[in-house]
Design a protein around this ligand. Sequence first.
Ligand SMILES: Nc1ncnc2c1ncn2[C@@H]1O[C@H](COP(=O)(O)OP(=O)(O)O)[C@@H](O)[C@H]1O
Ligand SMILES: [Mg+2]
Length: 233
Amino acid sequence: MTLLALESCDVFYDKAQALHKVSLGVEANEVVSLIGRNGAGKSTILKTLIGLNRAASGRRLWKGDDVTALRADQLGRLGIAYVPEDRRIFPNLSVEENLRIATLMGRQGGWNLARVYDLFPVLRERSAQPGDTLSGGEQQMLAISRGLLTNPEVLLLDEPTEGLAPLIVDQLVEAMRLINAEGMALLLVEQNLRVPMKLAHRQYVIDHGAIRWSGTTADLQVNRAEIEKLISV
Ligand SMILES: Nc1ncnc2c1ncn2[C@@H]1O[C@H](COP(=O)(O)OP(=O)(O)O)[C@@H](O)[C@H]1O
Ligand SMILES: [Mg+2]
């Protein structure tokens, strides 16, 4: 079943068109990657999915229902969570306070404070520290945990591994694998193929605001040279 989809969406910032007839979807329990270079339109797609951007034409669908008119908070209650690129940690609140706020906003479900601490033990160690004392990788773990605590059916992740050391990236990949294995669908935005090739079942390649290629990870392997050209800077 397709959980969340865009159908032929055009999105503008003032007069500049950022998305051209974008159609994509995430199936239940699937990991999908959205890959493209800087400025391609990846974040715009996530913001359109979560209701922070309005499409001038086209539709947003949730389990086949037209939810084009719903606001971000209403989409959140349906079971869509979004981890933005800038992570939006509350710098003066402790790690645990950051997490508790997410539990208040969220839906009921299997993810709770103890389980996110088991997933990211370093957050338990740092639970009393202010958010802004965390490293970049720890902040990303906190941001992902806040998404999990709202118990969504699909989690949208905007460049979760960008700028992080390889060892931390490996930890995040393992965590995402586990989150997906527990039944959550992931839509993962990345600028290169490294993490998507490890994790995703299906891939979309975006350039200049349009989907240029989509297929399974096995298909991508076959067409890799062509796709590297679309995403190289
Ligand atoms: N708030 C905004 N106002 C005007 N233009 C924007 C805004 N956000 C993004 N853009 C433009 O839209 C295009 C796509 O941006 P974005 O979706 O952020 O790309 P990506 O996430 O792939 O780097 C870029 O040309 C960018 O400059
Ligand atoms: Mg972006």
